[in-house]
Design a binder for this molecule. Structure first.
Ligand code: SF4
Length: 286
């Protein structure tokens, strides 16, 4: 069968997100297939995929529950949702969230007078394009902002792994570039911004990433260069790191295998690649 000629021109307008950038960095071809060709995610083929899909749906439900919680829905109503879901995972995650340690000491909820912005979308011009991010929660008090992101991974990723994810760099730097309206019209100082990944399976082991001006300047300039590079790109080669293909839904399309990897832990923390990949697909669907 002759190889299909793929397009290389970005659709216009194109708005970058942490997911599309992560795809590009992981594999140029994956970015092309998803965002330029809009290739449909191939049909489910194996049992591990079904299991991961179920967990992805539960993850979406959990995000909705927390959104409603921060919008002020009475807690007994959310308790009932967790109970009626018939999902042990959801009930356990919600139980973890409600623990004294997390709800009152880490998030603080409404009790410590922080202002909370659930499901907040920010965007800004960058590198001749636009970049956007949807935050699970931004909590603000006295000019200090904490970004919270809920993760339902079954294994806790390493902090080093999360630190270099595009999500961490995009969310922190974009809040400074585009979040002044959340801070009385003043941009947040980088030192007053922090990102916290809260793992529903590991409630007392969040990953915390403080920020500073040096990292912000590096991140913003680096992201700008990345957007310019992608916009000028003429070809999108397949990754040379074939380990990435084992967790990629396009692996049969690229003739890089049919079956999903089992998800064994690796040096890079790639045991979470599969869930991260599903997470990225989820963001595209919204
Ligand atoms: S299967 Fe491999 S080469 Fe193909 S898009 Fe996925 S990661 Fe890239």
């Amino acid at each position: 069968m002759p190889e299909k000629i793929l397009h290389s021109q970005l659709p216009a307008p194109f708005i970058f997100s942490q997911s599309s950038l992560q795809d590009y960095v992981d594999c140029n071809r994956r970015f092309q297939l998803r965002y330029i060709e809009h290739l449909q995610w191939p049909a489910v083929e194996t049992a591990p995929v079904l299991e991961n899909e179920r967990r992805q749906i539960e993850g979406q439900q959990f995000h909705r529950m927390l959104h409603q919680y921060f919008l002020g829905l009475p807690i007994d109503k959310i308790n009932a949702m967790a109970k009626n879901s018939n999902s042990q995972n959801l009930a356990r995650w919600w139980d973890h969230f409600q623990t004294e340690r997390f709800a009152n000491q880490i998030v603080g909820t409404f009790h410590d007078e922080r202002t909370t912005f659930p499901e907040q979308t920010l965007s800004a011009p960058l590198g001749g394009q636009r970049i956007t991010a949807k935050y699970d929660l931004i909590a603000i008090k006295d000019g200090r902002a904490t970004i919270y992101d809920w993760k339902t991974y079954h294994k806790r990723p390493r902090d080093e792994w999360m630190a270099i994810r595009l999500q961490t760099r995009v969310y922190l730097s974009l809040l400074i570039a585009a979040g002044a309206h959340l801070n009385g019209g003043q941009p947040f100082a980088p030192e007053n911004v922090e990102m916290v990944y809260w793992y529903a399976e590991f409630p007392s082991e969040p990953s915390r990433f403080p920020y500073d001006k040096q990292h912000h300047d590096q991140d913003w300039a680096g992201l700008s260069n990345l957007l310019r590079e992608i916009s000028a790109k003429q070809s999108f080669p397949l990754t040379e790191d074939e380990k990435k293909c084992g967790f990629c839904p396009f692996r049969s399309y690229c003739e890089r295998g049919i079956r999903a990897e089992a998800g064994e832990e690796s040096e890079t923390g790639a045991d979470s690649d599969w869930e991260l990949n599903l997470e990225q697909i989820q963001e595209i669907e919204f």
